[in-house]
Every structure is written in structure tokens, then in C-alpha cells.
Design a protein around this ligand. Structure first.
Ligand SMILES: [Zn+2]
Length: 344
């Protein structure tokens, strides 16, 4: 199999069938969480549209010069634009250009004939970050797509997008991939023996691209560990310390919402781990390297406390998403969090 996409069998099947009938759509919208592999799938479609030895059952060959040039980001008919700096949430910015170039570059390129392949491919990620002026440029092109062109838009989900854009695309939803499949994938990558692949596979929550990035870039796990330490600290800290963290998080929220959501996500996963530990299900713990501290906390918090923390995190998430003032929401969270006290 030359598909580089991990999982996603039903989406792969749709593309394979369309390709075998020579009916690839002029526009696709690929939706899914950051790190789930949207860019990888888009590039797989680029290969399907240009491969010299495409097979209905096993996909693009992966070894013809078209596939090789697409894989190495050298194909002159494949363009990748990003509406945000950080492509797919995993930090691969080097070959990307900003959306500001849409007008000058995209509009010019989209009407040219393929240079070395059969089909020109335009991949545009983080569509949800586009301003209306930019969306309009895109919309006009989607209304009258040139021949020999496939436009592939990437977004977390379709609900925040202009319905006029969504309705002109075939929508493909990428689903979380199973832990075993991610483990198998990481096993095939050339990684150091000290990389905690089991823990990464669990932390990835079904996102193979995130898992790969976390496996090759230790900084990603360090950042998560810092967030975890902040949260654990907050459960034993004084109210003053908690409010300080609340202030820091609400300041952060204005420039980096995702970072605050990630803090809450981390807290949620860790709290579930504490619940697992207190019910003797330690084999299912996600934060494997934190097992001992998780066990300590499971002895310091009652089951009611743990369930209460999970509920508070959910409420906090909900209120932040509803645009309630962040400082109010986070202060309230800190105020209501139970205190973990050492058992003598
Ligand atoms: Zn090929």
C-alpha cells in the first residue's frame, strides 16, 4: 500500500473509487482534528491524481517520478497554502506560504495548465482562519473550477465555514485512528529506543500525525508535562497561587486559545487517569510515565472529588467556547477545584 494516510479506510475508498472512474471532484473539503493527518491525506490525493501507475486496490504506486516528487515537496503542480502559520498544528512551516499570497499567487497559478503532471493540486489548510475577503477569492474559483485542477481545503470542522464554500466541495471527515494502529505506525517509523511510543499513542487520542511529531520532537511532550505539573500543582496550591495561574491562562487565552484548551484537555486526561488508578485499572492509564504521582493523587482525592473535577473541566470548556469572559470562567474553575490533601 502506498497510501501514507493512517486509518481513514472509508475516505480512502471514496477517493479510490472516484479515481478508478476518472471522476475525482474539482474540490474536496477534508475535516478533522489537528494532527489527524489532513495534509498527508491531501498529498495522497495529489498522488492519486498524478501517479503513473495508480491501482484501484492499492492506491498510488509511491515509486513513480510523480509520486516521488510529490512526496519530496518538489512537484511543480502541487501547491500548499496555509491560512495559519502552523500547518496542521504540528509545526511543519518550512515549505508553506501565507494566505496573503492567495490573491497574487493562487489566482494566477490556478488558471495555468499542468506543467509536469496531469492535474494541478491546490491544498489550502486552516480554512476556518480565513477572512471574508479571502473566502470570496476562493469561492469565485470554486464556482468555476478550471479543468485539470483539484482544490483541497482543510479545516477542523465544517460547521464554522461559509455554507457556500462547503456546498461546492465533497466533504471527507477524518476519524480518530485506533491506538493499536498508531502503535503499529510508530513501530514502523525509525525512532530511538527511548521514545515512549505506548504513552505517545495513548496521548495522541487517535491522531497519527500528532503522534509522529511527538515521537520525533521531545519538546511536544515537555510542554504537555509542564501543563500537567501546573494542574497537579494547582490541586495542592493555595488559592492565591491558583488565581495567579488563572490570570496567566486568561491572558494566554487572548493570543493562544488552543494553548488554554490544551491545558484543560491535559487536565481532563490526567483526572481520568486518577479515576482509573483509584479503581485499580492502572493498565489503561494514558500518562504512563506519571503513574506513581497519579496513584498518590488517587489516594488524596475521593471519587466524588475526582468526578467533580471532571465536571468542572467540562463546564469550563463549555463556557470558554461560549465566549464567557475568560477571567471569570477560569477564576470560577480555580475557586471550585477541590484541594488534594496528603493522607498520613
Ligand atoms: Zn506513482
Amino acid at each position: 500500500m502506498a497510501w501514507k494516510t493512517i486509518g481513514q479506510l472509508s475516505s480512502i475508498d471514496r477517493i479510490s473509487k472516484a479515481a478508478s472512474l476518472d471522476r475525482l471532484s474539482h474540490a474536496y473539503l477534508i475535516c478533522g482534528m489537528d494532527g489527524i493527518g489532513k495534509v498527508t491525506f491531501a498529498r495522497d490525493i495529489a498522488k492519486v491524481a498524478n501517479c503513473l501507475d495508480m491501482s484501484t486496490s492499492s492506491g498510488p504506486c509511491g515509486s513513480c517520478n510523480q509520486c516521488i516528487r510529490i512526496d519530496s515537496y518538489n512537484h511543480t503542480d502541487v501547491f500548499i497554502y496555509d491560512a495559519k502559520k502552523d500547518l496542521d498544528g504540528v509545526g511543519r512551516t518550512s515549505t508553506m506560504v501565507t494566505i496573503d499570497q492567495l490573491r497574487e499567487d493562487f489566482l494566477r497559478q490556478v488558471h495555468r495548465k499542468p506543467y509536469e503532471g496531469r492535474t494541478r493540486i491546490f491544498i489550502i489548510s486552516s480554512i476556518e482562519s480565513m477572512r471574508s475577503e479571502q473566502s470570496n477569492i476562493l469561492l469565485k474559483t470554486l464556482e468555476e473550477p478550471p479543468d485539470d485542477v483539484v482544490i483541497i481545503l482543510l479545516a477542523r470542522d465544517a460547521s464554522n465555514l461559509l455554507s457556500t464554500i462547503v456546498s461546492r466541495c465533497q466533504v471527507l471527515h477524518l476519524e480518530p485512528v485506533g491506538e493499536l494502529e498508531i502503535l503499529e505506525y510508530l513501530g514502523e517509523c525509525e525512532l530511538g529506543s527511548d521514545v515512549p511510543i505506548q504513552e505517545i499513542a495513548r496521548l495522541s487520542r487517535g491522531r497519527p500525525e500528532w503522534a509522529y511529531q511527538a515521537a520525533i520532537n521531545p519538546e511536544i511532550l515537555h510542554i504537555l508535562e509542564d501543563k500537567l505539573n501546573q494542574f497537579m500543582g494547582c490541586l495542592t496550591d493555595s488559592l492565591e497561587q491558583r488565581f495567579k495561574l488563572s490570570r496567566d491562562l486568561s491572558t494566554q487565552f487572548f493570543r493562544d486559545r488552543d494553548g488554554v484548551y490544551e491545558f484543560l484537555d491535559t487536565a481532563m486526561t490526567w483526572t481520568r487517569d486518577v479515576l482509573l488508578s483509584s479503581s485499580e485499572r492502572t493498565g489503561e492509564i494514558v500518562n504512563i510515565s506519571q503513574k506513581e504521582r497519579i496513584h498518590e493523587f488517587s489516594r488524596m482525592l475521593s471519587t466524588a472529588d475526582i468526578l467533580n473535577i471532571l465536571k468542572l473541566i467540562r463546564i469550563t470548556f463549555g463556557n470558554l467556547k461560549k465566549n464567557v469572559t475568560p477571567s471569570l470562567v477560569l477564576d470560577n474553575f480555580m475557586l471550585k477545584l477541590p484541594v488534594a490533601t496528603a493522607i498520613n
